[in-house]
Design a protein around this ligand. Structure first.
Ligand code: CMC
Length: 380
């Protein structure tokens, strides 16, 4: 039985699984996927290759990559009845809720309620990775009164996602930015949504129910939803000159700076640095937005106060500014995160199933005991 002294709110520092998928050194700003630094993958790899690495544990050969890529391309389309379902969703609903609903519905079109067959599980894993961009883009189009755009099998994963959102093929530079952003967000050890995924997966729920639950977890503003919140914060600050007074007021009110802080990183999140490098590539094709200048100023002003507590920008601080410069709507930032993170979730789901035991932690009961039932008419 647990005692009060063993209780750690938020399970801080409590290992919840053994995993060989990714590694963080929070003091040295190091994130590795299967041992390879995320910065290297963002520069040298592509989304499909990184996905293969995360799922299979090693880099693919040319033939393996070609086959994997082709398997993904074959699974991008969604059923017309699923499009009809998305058409029935309220256009002002949040795209993360639309995505969670659509992914759960996907499980009704491709039932996988028995997770004991590795071939069926692999098919579901590929389908989820391939289909999430189609679902995100379909809702984005439908809610503005447009027909969804079919995926193009001649485009790679990132270019096809951009195509389905905007009906334009991205320039090679923009394609690379999207691809690198997806790589950077693809996996991140035992965060809340990955833990959710492993908990749901541990009940032997279907992969679609499992990933839908992870999407719900990612949506919160303390997790993936922080990218949207960070951009709203820059909008509220509104000018570089207002950064200092805004920050001082936020500190006085004990408000959290969205896109700052992390349970594991006590230095600047290495992914934030990758995103900043990508930002410069995007701004080379457009103008450098004031919101980015506001972000830089806020980082500078906050450093002496929050830096001493180990609170620095995380990945969500700069990503929204980049996505907005690409023309992506603010409420689609977290769905874009999900399009990337589905790879990590699926890798953890498959790993969980290899040596599964249902999650069933303990609680510390702090309620009453042996209370007498008082009939309704006798209650004061
Ligand atoms: N701004 C100001 N103070 C902060 C912040 C922040 N963003 N984050 C943490 N702190 C302070 C917090 O007030 C607390 O201070 P005190 O000890 O004086 O009460 C201390 O730091 C510890 O904070 P915590 O909330 O207990 O830390 P945690 O490890 O439980 O939470 C976090 C981590 C990421 C939820 C938190 O830093 C936070 O809420 N950040 C803002 C939301 C955000 O950017 N989330 C994205 C996380 S990274 C990407 C992702 O996973 O999606």
């Amino acid at each position: 039985m647990s005692t009060e002294t063993e209780y750690r709110p938020g399970l801080a520092d409590v290992p919840a699984a053994k995993s060989a998928i990714s590694f963080i050194d929070g003091k040295r700003a190091r994130l590795e996927y299967r041992g390879i630094a995320v910065e290297t993958l963002a520069k040298e790899s592509c989304f499909e290759e990184t996905a293969y690495l995360l799922l299979k544990g090693e880099l693919p050969t040319q033939k393996q990559l070609a086959e994997f890529d082709s398997e993904l391309r074959q699974r991008r389309k969604i059923k017309s009845r699923l499009k009809d379902l998305i058409k029935c969703m309220p256009e002002h609903g949040h795209p993360m809720e639309a995505l969670q609903t659509s992914v759960a519905a996907l499980g009704m079109f491709y039932p996988c309620r028995d997770v004991s067959d590795p071939a069926k599980n692999w098919d579901a894993a590929l389908r989820l990775i391939a289909t999430l961009p189609t679902l995100v883009a379909a809702f984005a189009r439908i809610r503005q009164g447009d027909e969804p755009i079919d995926p193009r099998p001649d485009l790679d994963h990132s270019a096809n996602f951009y195509w389905m959102l905007f009906e334009r093929v991205p320039s090679p530079a923009i394609r690379k930015v999207i691809d690198a952003a997806l790589i950077t967000h693809a996996e991140h050890t035992m965060n809340a949504s990955t833990f959710t995924c492993r908990v749901t997966g541990s009940t032997l729920a279907s992969p679609y129910a499992t990933i839908a639950s992870a999407i719900g977890s990612l949506a919160g503003p303390l997790h993936g939803g922080a990218n949207e919140e960070a951009l709203s914060m820059f909008e509220q600050i509104s000018s570089v000159a207002n950064v200092k007074p805004w920050f001082e007021k936020a500190l006085a009110n004990k408000a959290k700076i969205m896109g700052f802080g992390h349970r594991v990183y006590k230095v600047k999140d290495p992914r934030a640095a990758v995103i900043q490098e990508l930002a410069e590539h995007v701004f080379a094709e457009s103008t450098r937005p004031e919101k980015y200048e506001i972000a830089l100023e806020l980082e500078k002003v906050a450093a002496p106060v929050l830096g001493s507590k180990g609170i620095y920008p995380n990945v969500d601080f700069f990503s929204g500014v980049v996505y907005e410069s690409l023309g992506i709507a603010k409420d689609l930032f977290t769905p874009v995160f999900a399009v990337a993170r589905v790879v990590g979730w699926v890798a953890h789901w498959l790993e969980q199933l290899q040596d599964n035991r249902i999650f069933r932690p303990e609680q510390i009961y702090v309620g009453q005991r042996d209370v007498a039932y008082v009939p309704l008419e006798k209650r004061p």
